[in-house]
Design a protein around this ligand. Structure first.
Ligand SMILES: NC(=O)c1ccc[n+]([C@@H]2O[C@H](COP(=O)([O-])OP(=O)(O)OC[C@H]3O[C@@H](n4cnc5c(N)ncnc54)[C@H](OP(=O)(O)O)[C@@H]3O)[C@@H](O)[C@H]2O)c1
Length: 194
């Protein structure tokens, strides 16, 4: 059955992006501002590879999309250029037609967006990007797993994994710990209360 996975890389102090949405702490070469991201040989963990191989669709929020276009070559930069599937972006303000054809903008609400992405994933997982949208999925009981790549750096500022959790506590079950060089890979199942 298709599962919905929040796949995220995080600093030790809990940021998923640094100041000005920087990701150069994940892949040093991205500090060029994204001009040449397709040429970057991205070192990923076996856990990340497995998540990617089993993924059938990506669901992101509008901020993720805007930053990806501005800094990381848009669709072509997703997962360092290794993503070839559908991407859904939830937004209140869908843009015109000038975007990559594999990207679909959705405005019909969270549950509908997750259902649309799940259907497109054809039995594979749906990957949720960013923080805002992912926390909404958690709140709505739509998230099955959280996969975190913990990077040994303290950023001090940026986008937090969770800014304020005004619901919960949310019980998680750690299902995997692995290392990939200096990065710690963590996999958690979200315990459902129902
Ligand atoms: N470290 C990592 O692994 C990782 C991965 C991906 C992204 N990132 C970073 O995460 C940041 C983006 O995440 P974020 O949390 O700031 O924002 P986000 O979740 O990408 O986007 C939030 C925006 O999406 C739209 N949206 C959210 N929920 C909606 C709903 N229910 N209905 C309609 N529209 C909705 C709204 O924009 P509108 O109202 O404008 O439509 C909202 O402001 C970027 O810095 C990105 O680089 C990090």
């Amino acid at each position: 059955m298709s599962s919905v996975i929040w796949h995220v890389t995080m600093s030790l102090d809990g940021f998923i992006a640094g100041r000005d949405d920087s990701m150069d702490w994940v892949v040093a070469q991205w500090s060029d501002g994204g001009g040449n991201t397709r040429d970057v040989e991205v070192q990923r963990s076996a856990v990340a590879d497995e998540v990617l191989q089993n993924a059938g669709a990506i669901l992101g929020g509008r901020r993720w999309y805007d930053v990806a276009v501005r800094k990381f070559d848009g669709y072509k930069g997703v997962y360092g250029g290794q993503w070839a599937g559908p991407v859904f972006v939830l937004t209140h303000h869908p843009p015109g037609a000038d975007h990559h054809p594999a990207i679909t903008f959705l405005s019909g609400g969270l549950s509908e967006a997750v259902a649309t992405a799940t259907s497109a994933a054809s039995g594979k997982s749906v990957i949720v990007f960013g923080a805002n949208l992912a926390v909404q999925c958690l709140r709505a009981g739509l998230l099955d797993e959280i996969v975190v790549h913990l990077v040994p750096v303290l950023l001090g500022d940026g986008i937090r994994l969770i800014d304020v959790l005004d619901f919960g506590p949310v019980s998680l079950e750690r299902t995997l710990v692995a290392t990939s060089g200096q990065v710690t890979d963590l996999r958690f199942a979200v315990r459902r209360s129902d």
